[in-house]
Design a protein. Structure first.
Length: 218
C-alpha cells in the first residue's frame, strides 16, 4: 500500500486554513496531521507529528515570517515546504526559496495545481506556479551595462538545465558520470560567468534562455 503524504497547514488566516482543509479532504493520498496558526504552535507540531510537507503562508509577521522557513529547515532538513501565499515581493520569494521552500503557489491556484504541488514537493521536486515564475522573471532579470561577452559550454548548459529542473549536485553528478566536486566547480564557474548569485537566478536564466520550459521546473 502506498504511503500517504503527511501534511501540516500553517496559516494565520482562519478562512485560508479551513479552505485548505476542505481542498485536502478531496484527496485520499494526503493525511492532514495538524492545522496551526502561529510559528510557535507550528514548531511544536513538527516535533510531535513529523510531517512530510508543511503548507505555509509566511506573510503574517505577527504569526509567521520569511525566517520561519529557515527555522523549519534548521530543525529537520527532510521536511519539505510548500508556500501558498499572496506575497508578490520578489526578495521574500527568492529568500524563502533559497532557505529551502521547494514549492510556491499563489492563493489563486486551483485544486489540481495544489494537489500536483504537494506531490512534487513531497518528492523533493521544485514546483512554482506560472504567476510566481512571472514575478521572479519580471522583477529579477539580471541587468547590466557590461557588454563583455561570455561563453557557456555545452556541459555548463546541461548543468544549468538540470539545476533548473530541481536536480541536486549529487544527482547531476551521477547522471553525467562526474564527481560532485566537479559539479560544484562547474556551478561556481557558471555563476561567475553569468553574474548570478543563487540557484533561483539560475532557474530564471534557464527559462529566459529557453534551456527549460516553465513546466519543467516542477
Amino acid at each position: 500500500m502506498k504511503k500517504k503524504i503527511g501534511l501540516i497547514i500553517a496559516d494565520a488566516q482562519l478562512l485560508a486554513r479551513e479552505g485548505l482543509k476542505q481542498v485536502l479532504s478531496d484527496f485520499p493520498e494526503f493525511v492532514l496531521l495538524d492545522v496551526v496558526d502561529s510559528e510557535k504552535t507550528l514548531l511544536a507540531s513538527i516535533k510531535k507529528n513529523m510531517p512530510d510537507v508543511i503548507i505555509i503562508d509566511y506573510l503574517h509577521n505577527s504569526k509567521f515570517s520569511v525566517d520561519t522557513i529557515r527555522q523549519i529547515k534548521q530543525y529537520n532538513k527532510k521536511i519539505q515546504i510548500l508556500i501558498i501565499s499572496s506575497d508578490s515581493f520578489k526578495e521574500n520569494i527568492l529568500k524563502v526559496i533559497e532557505d529551502g521552500a521547494l514549492g510556491f503557489l499563489t492563493k489563486e491556484c486551483d485544486e489540481e495545481e495544489i494537489q500536483a504541488a504537494i506531490i512534487a514537493t513531497a518528492h523533493g521536486q521544485k514546483f512554482m506556479c506560472h504567476k510566481v515564475v512571472d514575478i521572479i522573471i519580471d522583477n529579477h532579470i539580471h541587468k547590466t551595462e557590461d557588454c563583455t561577452p561570455f561563453n557557456i559550454s555545452s556541459r555548463e548548459s546541461e548543468i544549468i538545465k538540470l539545476t533548473a529542473k530541481g536536480w541536486n549536485a549529487k544527482t547531476i553528478a551521477d547522471h553525467l558520470f562526474l564527481s560532485t566536486h566537479t559539479i560544484y566547480t562547474h556551478k561556481k564557474n557558471i555563476m561567475k560567468k553569468l553574474k548570478l548569485k543563487s540557484t533561483s537566478e539560475i532557474i530564471v536564466y534557464a527559462i529566459q534562455n529557453k534551456l527549460v520550459e516553465e513546466s519543467e521546473i516542477s
